[in-house]
Design a protein around this ligand. Structure first.
Ligand code: AMP
Ligand code: GLY
Length: 430
């Protein structure tokens, strides 16, 4: 089987890595890929924004399956163009990817499907702002949640106790011509659950938790994600089934009923609040860095699963199998991320890092004069597995420590609390 993966980040590296582990291994191509992906797949110099180039390449390769990683080409209609050209595609149409591309439309779909989510108000003019904030946060006793309506690479959301800061973010989005979604604050831990869909059926993967803030102890601004782990030993029993029943399946059904079949990954970003499960956001693709830990634990063949979804032939009766091990990933970000980001700094120590037993995922790297250099905000991730979360996170952190990248930063508390809770629970049982 010949598979073309579109994208150049850590998510695509993790997808390619997992596909390469299938038996028999498919023939792998990437457009454009990155230096990490190039170790596993043939990379083609077609940018993520070049939809014509993607169609031409997929046809030339006679790819059996095209997997679209990032949201931008999905929202721009890459899947539609490829399907029109007769290709088999894992990734939603532009119409279905609007679930990620427009937060206000996603809210409309959730309301129609009866999916539990934060109450919200969409604001398109400055005059509506104060009343909107009062409506979602009447007592002003919890943080304000202000979101840019369109795609923002995880950085369009501000959660703040400071009303002036909330107003300032909303103003900047409105001034740039966008609209703003104001939301009720959701308390409680967050869970990311990827649900594969073939347009009608839903097959969930294993849940993971992402760390969105830049700094330890959830300080600092929101980012695209600074680390993740799976499984979630603290998750309530039946969580995955509940998400499929109350969130994913009703959403897929609502879209199908509107003539917008969703084929690909419905990423359910959830909060387990004191009042029950709520959707924080939908994405129309695998999440990064969660994919790195979820796919690390998947032991069922991966390519046939993606192909079945793309063909409208997902089998819901078949249970996927998962490694008993825990997986943790730690993101190494360049100086200034997420505010600014520095490129072109030399990266050292990957071999030393991997010699400890972890592996390194490339997210924003490039080669310059045969030297590996940084080329983005999130540069690398270090993924480790272990018998439990504590073992996995200890190894991931030690391996991260071996990597040299001037000015880089990473969180040291990924999975820390879950690992401590897991150990306490084990001791209680002993
Ligand atoms: P989003 O891009 O919508 O996922 O938002 C990014 C991050 O902001 C989420 O992962 C949460 O940590 C936080 N967030 C978003 N919406 C809410 C909300 N309604 N209440 C509390 N935190 C939120
Ligand atoms: N890790 C969050 C995202 O992929 O949007």
């Amino acid at each position: 089987m010949k598979i073309l993966v579109i994208g150049s980040g850590g998510r695509e590296h993790a997808i390619v890595r997992r596909l390469a582990a299938d038996q028999p291994a498919p023939e792998l191509h990437a457009a454009p890929g990155n230096p990490g992906i190039a170790q596993l797949a043939t990379c083609h110099d077609v940018p993520v924004s070049d939809l014509d180039g993607q169609v031409a390449l997929a046809r030339e390769l006679r790819a059996d399956l095209v997997v679209i990683g990032p949201e931008a080409p999905l929202v721009a209609g890459s899947a539609d163009r490829l399907r029109e050209a007769g290709l088999t595609v894992f990734g939603p149409s532009a119409a279905a990817a609007r679930l990620e591309g427009s937060k206000s439309w996603a809210k409309e779909i959730m309301a129609a499907a009866g999916v539990p989510t934060a109450a919200s108000v969409t604001v398109t003019a400055l005059e509506q702002l104060d009343a909107g904030l009062d409506r979602v946060n009447p007592l002003g006793d919890v943080p304000f949640v202000v979101k840019a309506d369109g795609l923002a690479a995880g950085k369009g959301v501000v959660v703040t106790e400071d009303r002036a800061a909330a107003v300032a973010h909303a103003q900047s989005v409105l001034a740039a011509g966008g609209s703003v979604v104001l939301e009720e604050f959701l308390d409680g831990p967050e869970v990311s659950l990827f649900c594969l869909s073939d347009g009608t059926r839903v097959v969930p993967l294993a849940p993971a938790q992402d760390f969105k803030r830049a700094l330890d102890d959830d300080e600092g601004p929101n980012t695209g994600g600074m680390g993740a782990y799976s499984p979630l030993p603290w998750a309530p029993e039946g969580l995955v089934e509940e998400v499929v029943r109350t969130v994913a399946q009703p959403t897929i059904d609502e879209l199908a009923g509107r003539g917008i079949p969703f084929v690909g990954v419905l990423y359910c970003g959830l909060a387990l609040t004191s009042r029950g499960l709520r959707v924080v956001e939908f994405n129309a693709r695998f999440g990064d860095p969660e994919t790195q830990v979820v796919l690390e634990r998947l032991t069922s063949p991966f390519a046939p699963l993606l192909l079945a979804a793309a063909r409208g032939e997902l089998a819901t009766e078949e249970e996927l199998s998962w490694s008993e091990e825990a997986a943790v990933t730690v993101v190494l970000a360049s100086a200034g991320y997420p505010g600014s980001s520095r490129s072109g700094d030399a990266i050292t120590g990957i071999e030393e890092s991997e010699s400890l037993g972890a592996h390194v995922i490339h997210a924003g790297t490039a080669t310059a004069d045969e030297v590996l250099v940084s080329a983005g905000g999130r540069v690398l991730s270090v993924v480790a597995t272990g018998a439990d979360l504590e073992a996995a996170r200890t190894l991931a952190l030690a391996a991260t420590g071996r990597i040299g990248l001037e000015g880089s930063h990473h969180r040291t508390d990924i999975a820390r609390r879950a690992a401590a809770d897991e150990q306490a629970a084990t001791e209680d049982r002993a």
